[in-house]
Design a protein around this ligand. Structure first.
Ligand code: THU
Length: 122
């Protein structure tokens, strides 16, 4: 866990969050590989993209589609993912998928099922 925490913290400065001042880094573990994402904001605020969804996009581009575990780091954390990201994570994970919420002082582990009970799936 300490190695992952180091990777998350090392990428914090890559987040582009000039409007909210709220940088977030996400790391998705999928099929033996790791994929990073940071939040990327926009002057047209609704176009901003969350860190989790950018990590999922990197995973899909690489050809992986099964999320085994997710890590989310914020200097204000542990913070939970937004509702939309919970749904996106469920698309490639399961209710049992671990979501590790990190902050500077430590982390808490939840499951996707706890964060998104009765989640919609086709
Ligand atoms: N944000 C994320 O990247 N992930 C989350 O789970 C919560 C929120 C971003 C979106 C926006 O750039 C900033 O944090 C403040 O909402």
């Amino acid at each position: 866990m300490e190695r992952v925490r180091g990777v998350l913290k090392a990428h914090l400065e890559r987040a582009y969050a000039p409007y909210s001042g709220f940088p977030v880094v996400a790391l998705v573990e999928a099929e033996g590989e790791s994929f990073l994402g940071v939040n990327v904001e926009n002057a047209s605020f609704p176009l901003s993209q969350c860190a989790e969804r950018n990590a999922v996009a990197a995973m899909v581009l690489s050809g992986k589609r099964r999320i085994d575990r997710v890590h989310i780091y914020s200097p204000k954390g542990p913070i939970p993912p937004c509702g939309g990201c919970r749904q996106v994570l469920l698309e490639f994970g399961s209710p049992e998928t671990e979501v590790v919420l990190h902050g500077p002082e430590g982390y808490v582990v939840k499951t996707l099922g706890e964060l998104l009970p009765w989640g919609f799936r086709l």
